[in-house]
Design a binder for this molecule. Structure first.
Ligand SMILES: [Zn+2]
Length: 114
């Protein structure tokens, strides 16, 4: 399961950073997930909570917040940006070809703890 591996990476990255900073508890983790990243938020959340429960006190009761980042295209002809539809990346302003500017990322936006 793709999402379980992602959740594992998130917990490993946040966990090592939080331990290094001397945190004893992580209260919230915020992820930024692109609209086109092919990640299922429900599966990611389920995986996160499953793995968090195995981590002991550091991730006890940690809230996972997932922010969806909309897919945006940028036109290679006129440079305008536009919401990328699922039908393709054609510039609505000039009809030129666009490329994907955002929407496929999965990153840890922030985390909070004490
Ligand atoms: Zn254009």
């Amino acid at each position: 399961m793709h999402e379980l591996g992602l959740a594992e990476n998130v917990i490993a990255a946040v966990g090592s950073d939080a331990r290094r900073r001397g945190f004893t508890r992580v209260s919230r983790v915020t992820l930024r997930v692109g609209e086109w990243s092919a990640v299922l938020p429900d599966s990611l959340e389920a995986g996160f909570h499953l793995l968090a429960s195995l981590e002991g006190d550091l991730f006890a009761g940690t809230e996972l917040r997932i922010e969806r980042e909309p897919a945006r295209g940028i036109c290679t002809a006129c440079g305008s940006t536009f919401p990328a539809g699922r039908t393709g990346l054609v510039c609505p302003a000039c009809g030129g070809p666009g490329r994907l500017e955002s929407g496929v990322e999965l990153e840890i936006a922030s985390y909070e703890g004490e």
